[in-house]
Write a protein that binds this ligand. Structure first.
Ligand SMILES: [Zn+2]
Length: 82
């Protein structure tokens, strides 16, 4: 992970404020659901539903049974069900 150039403090309720430039860059809006991903050295925030549920890829996304998946994983699903 590379630094985004912002520092945030955690308040007494465990909350942080995501700086406005980052909210704008990643299209985080009020009431959006953010999904947290764990990495060995920290946490990654992503807008929920904007990445493949299997590989976290955010390109070539499509819907499969109400879940967001990338076309590569969808191909693998199709192949494994034959
Ligand atoms: Zn995928």
């Amino acid at each position: 992970m590379k630094p985004a150039g912002f520092l945030c403090k955690i308040d007494k309720l465990g909350r942080i404020v995501i700086p406005k430039p980052l909210r704008k860059k990643y299209d985080f809006d009020i009431d959006d659901t953010i999904e947290l991903f764990t990495e060995p050295d920290g946490i990654v925030l992503k807008k929920y539903g904007m990445s493949c549920i299997f590989c976290s890829n955010s390109d070539n996304l499509t819907e499969f049974k109400g879940k967001t998946v990338c076309k590569d994983c969808l191909e693998q699903i199709k192949k494994s069900s034959d």
